[in-house]
Design a protein around this ligand. Structure first.
Ligand code: HEM
Length: 117
């Protein structure tokens, strides 16, 4: 009887051990899916992009791709320079000598789509 109870408890504990990691794996997967969903790109017209031309709502165009950098404006090491062409083409400013490299990878996180041809 005692042995049967011990085996039962051991079984439940082992089952729990298998279940816990599986649950967090599911949570991890749904987080990944949510991140992927954010990456649904769209095509934007110049007129639509032009509406996002301020510190609190800033989109820029770099090489015919559209970036929503609103959440980066306050972090930008170059301060308000990032707002110079807010709502329009910032390719020239972005490819200036002040960006020795890191900025090119960083900007990818903010891509929301591309410019209408
Ligand atoms: C849109 C036009 C932009 C202009 C005119 C501009 C201008 C500048 C300037 C003047 C600096 C130099 C700061 C200093 O020397 O202290 C700078 C640095 C920097 N900017 Fe921008 N910026 C622009 C957009 C962006 C964007 C969109 C990103 C990234 C999402 C970015 C990321 C950075 C980073 C990481 C630095 C530090 C230097 C580096 O590691 O490359 N910038 N920027």
């Amino acid at each position: 009887m005692v042995i049967a109870a011990a085996v039962l408890i051991l079984g439940v504990l082992l089952g729990a051990l298998f279940l816990i990691p599986r649950k967090s794996a599911v949570a991890e997967k749904s987080r990944t899916n949510a991140a992927d969903r954010k990456k649904v790109y769209r095509v934007y017209s110049k007129a639509e992009i032009a509406l996002h031309n301020k510190r609190t709502d800033c989109w820029i165009i770099v090489k015919d791709r559209v970036f929503d950098v609103t959440s980066y404006v306050e972090e930008h090491p170059g301060g308000d320079a990032i707002l110079t062409n807010a709502g329009s083409d910032s390719t020239e400013g972005f490819y200036g000598p002040q960006h020795p490299g890191g900025a090119f990878q960083l900007i990818e996180d903010y891509c929301i789509g591309e410019l209408e041809k």
